[in-house]
Ligand binder design. Structure first.
Ligand SMILES: Cc1ncc(COP(=O)(O)O)c(C=O)c1O
Length: 380
């Protein structure tokens, strides 16, 4: 899909692009200024592999303030993006042949990361509301199950797991010895009444076995700055730090100082970006509600709507003659005929859905949704 969108753009075709997995905002001013100052002050040298202490402390402080999670600075690891933090955690926490439960729909990278760590990803389908079901997790658990990937707010579904489910999963994990890798990279991006809670805060025993993942990419619009964070029990963090020191060495020195400035001073800018996302989220949801041929739970977090297309399976587009047998077919039709780009659900383990990112302007969203509605109405 990315290759086709790029090719069309190179041919001069104007595409309304709703595929973005990153905010369309600029990073906070104070982060940019701190980055420039760091370069000018010659701060671009290696730092400790676990990150500079001031940033580790700032992450610990924010975790305590915003999530009620108590970690010391030494229990925090700074990494070059959340992606490598998750992979390094899996490399340490998973032995060859261990099974890792992956509630699905899921972020495309999880199963591949588990395989990189010589583990076996076990796909566990969520319910129709895209929430994990503990009975299904238990059914999938074997003697080889060592961990579970949790991601709330969720990519691709935009769902925020309610406290009751997180508590239930957390208690099940403690009782069964399954460790949680809790990817909370979208934790500050929630909308309406939805509130993010960490399972580690709800079931504190998890702090002894499980890890928390966060970072600067999504909430601070700093994707390319590559800053991720990991928190966990001291011995686990220490071992992950040893892997990090061989795999990536020190995290980006300039980005660490920029991130420190953002964590300390960019609360208002972060909130302004969240509010913009919230307004786009409402716009998208209202438009989708007026489309009876698709189903979409109200997105409550991250910046994605995950849209079910069961009702149009078997229909045909009269203009192009294309038949729809999956979310990917519909996405292809939208791209080729309407010049709107989304991502088909197959990549997320949900072939009858597609993902729409609202990390773009309200004008582009309005026009895209108008075209999507018109295409749905045209299907026979
Ligand atoms: C659920 C989830 N986790 C982690 C990441 C990785 O973030 P980073 O840019 O910090 O590597 C992404 C990025 O798309 C994501 O969607």
């Amino acid at each position: 899909m990315f290759a086709r969108v790029k090719q069309l753009a190179q041919e001069g075709v104007e595409i309304l692009d709703l595929t973005a997995g990153e905010p369309d905002f600029s990073p906070p001013k104070c982060a940019e200024e701190a980055g420039i100052k760091a370069i000018q002050n010659g701060a671009g040298r290696y730092t400790p592999a676990a990150g500079i202490l001031a940033l580790r402390q700032a992450v610990a402080d924010q975790l305590k303030r915003e999530q009620g999670l108590e970690y010391t600075a030494k229990q925090i690891l700074i990494t070059n993006g959340a992606k490598i933090a998750i992979t390094q955690a899996l490399l340490v926490m998973v032995e060859a042949g261990d099974e890792v439960l992956v509630p699905t729909p899921c972020w495309t990278s999880y199963p591949e990361m588990v395989k990189l760590a010589d583990g076996v990803p076990v796909i566990v389908p969520c319910g129709p509301d895209h929430l994990p079901i503990v009975a299904e997790l238990e059914k999938a658990r074997t003697g080889k199950t060592s961990a579970i990937m949790l991601n709330s707010p969720n990519n691709p579904t935009g769902v925020v797991y309610p406290e009751s489910i997180l508590r239930e999963i957390g208690e099940w994990a403690v009782a069964t010895g399954v460790r949680i890798i809790s990817d909370e990279i979208y934790c500050s991006l929630t909308y309406g009444d939805a509130k993010h809670v960490s399972p580690l805060a709800l079931v504190p025993e998890l702090m002894e076995t499980s890890v928390w993942i966060g970072g600067m990419s999504k909430a601070y619009a700093m994707t390319g700055w590559r800053m991720g964070f990991l928190a966990g029990p001291y011995d686990v963090v220490d071992r992950i730090g040893t892997v990090a020191s061989q795999l990536t060495g020190s995290p980006n020195a300039i980005s660490q100082l920029a991130s420190l400035a953002a964590l300390e001073n960019a609360g208002e800018e972060r909130e302004a970006m969240r509010k913009s996302f919230e307004s786009r989220c409402n716009l998208v949801y209202e438009a989708l509600q007026a489309m009876p041929l698709v189903d979409c739970p109200r997105p409550e977090g991250a910046f994605y709507a995950f849209i079910g297309v069961e009702k149009i399976l078997g229909k045909t587009d009269p203009e192009s003659g294309r038949a729809i047998h999956s979310g990917d077919d519909f996405v292809e039709l939208l791209l080729e005929v309407d010049r709107v780009a989304c991502i088909g659900g197959k990549a997320f383990g949900a072939p009858n859905c597609f993902r729409l990112s609202f990390a773009t302007s309200e004008d582009i969203l309005r026009e895209s949704l108008r075209r999507i509605a018109a295409r749905l109405n045209a299907l026979k």
